[in-house]
Design a protein around this ligand. Structure first.
Ligand code: COA
Length: 374
């Protein structure tokens, strides 16, 4: 007989094994394959970390160069995919665009068998920025951009296509950090979605499409956009404090705060907060960053709730001129590495994921004839 539920949301229950990351385990905030994310964010490029997560080891210089060249060569989009993107309305949510783009790619470039899983993943890593920017620039600026840029990095490619000019070194560096911080996070909702899908022996594009749907919600990846919408409504730090106190009194949920696993802090926060501060100084901001810091102070003082990875990402992305509705798609461009690595791990030692439910419905009863129903 199945065990009773110990808590809502499967909190604290081990649902499988992974060698990819640890989250909040005994003092080590967040590790990818045994490396502290702080060290990775301080010294690595995103492509190095993607290689680590997907292939199990940090690349040598020549392996990294080769991997980046391979990814650069896969940025182009098939015409049939561009046709679909051009038909998606301007007011669609970019996460829905990516979900459709990923699914369409799966139709055009099917993963025929699991021996093609790395190839399918590399293709998505290379072309997800192209998908989102092609659609965005077509529907918002009326241009059909060339997505096959020679930019060195995935983050640089994204910024170049979005703004139509080569990104500054500072911005490309922040993109590396941001994509590293978002790359992997154990059995979070979207990754678990991908693993459940993988456990049926489904294809990589289906696993990633499902994961994108899970990431879209404001309780998960969508929190960075919701945080931005909140902080841009505050005119000063004092205004932020006053309005947040009112929100707390109403018991509103404040996006970008709290975490299902971490209990005292999110190790990714101090890193992206530091970069947000640098970007604020760079653009001469005197509102958004101080507002964000005050929000952090108020939440800790009033509720002992801390900023998660999403909160200071909001101001950092804003300072780089990234439209708010593209925040969560950037998360996808990064987390794709974690999702795909989990799919590969699930496939390597698979049993279909099929938990049981605690039944709370009616006792067994007879089906009444139609005439006896009210
Ligand atoms: C991340 C999140 C979904 C975790 O949910 P959870 O594990 O159910 O949260 P907890 O069990 O720690 O919540 C404990 C209490 O703090 C409250 N709380 C948690 N996060 C809160 C927030 N961001 N704002 C206000 N209150 C919050 C909960 O409502 C709960 O209060 P209650 O006991 O009176 O019901 C939750 O913190 C949240 O919704 N945060 C905002 C969305 C967000 O930033 N998501 C991105 C996560 S990386």
């Amino acid at each position: 007989m199945a065990k009773q539920l110990s808590g809502a949301g499967l909190r604290g229950q081990v649902a499988g094994k992974t060698a990819l990351s640890t989250v909040g385990v005994s003092g080590s905030g967040l590790t990818y394959r045994g490396y502290d994310v702080k060290d990775l964010a301080a010294s690595c490029q995103f492509e190095e970390v993607a290689y680590l997560i997907l292939k199990g080891k940090l690349p040598t210089q020549s392996e990294l160069d080769e991997y980046k060249t391979l990814l650069r060569g896969r940025r182009g989009l098939p015409q049939a995919l561009k046709d679909v993107l051009e038909r998606i309305p301007k007011d669609a949510h970019p996460m829905d665009v990516l979900r459709t783009g990923c699914s369409m790619l799966g139709n055009l470039e099917m993963e025929n068998d699991f021996s093609e899983q790395q190839q399918a993943t590399d293709r998505m890593l290379a072309c997800f920025p192209s998908i989102i920017c092609y659609w965005y620039r077509f529907t918002h600026d009326g241009v059909r951009i060339d997505v096959e840029s020679d930019d060195d990095s995935i983050g640089g490619h994204f910024l170049h296509m979005l703004h139509g000019e080569k990104p500054r070194e500072l911005h490309e560096k922040v993109m590396h950090v941001s994509l590293i911080l978002y790359a992997e996070h154990e059995f979070n909702a979207s990754t678990f979605t991908a693993r459940v899908c993988a456990s049926t022996l489904s294809d990589m594009h289906s696993c990633v499409t499902g994961a994108i749907g899970s990431l879209r919600g404001p309780l998960h990846g969508g929190a960075n956009e919701a945080a931005m919408e909140m902080i841009e409504g505050f005119t000063s730090a004092d205004d932020a404090e006053e309005k947040m106190m009112a929100m707390l009194a109403r018991k509103d949920k404040i996006m970008g705060f709290g975490h299902a696993i971490y209990s005292e802090s999110d190790p990714r926060n101090e890193i992206i907060k530091g970069w947000s501060e640098k970007l604020a100084a760079d653009v001469g901001d005197e509102v958004l960053y101080p507002v964000s810091v005050r929000c952090e102070e108020v939440m800790w003082r009033e509720k002992k709730l801390f900023c998660n990875a999403d909160f200071f990402h909001a101001s950092a992305y804003n300072f780089m001129g990234i439209p708010t509705k593209l925040f969560t798609p950037i998360f996808v461009m990064s987390r794709l590495t974690g999702w795909a690595a989990h799919v590969m791990e699930q496939r390597a030692d698979n049993r279909i994921i099929r938990p049981s439910a605690e039944y709370t419905g009616e006792d067994i009863r007879d089906v009444p004839p139609m005439s006896a129903r009210s």
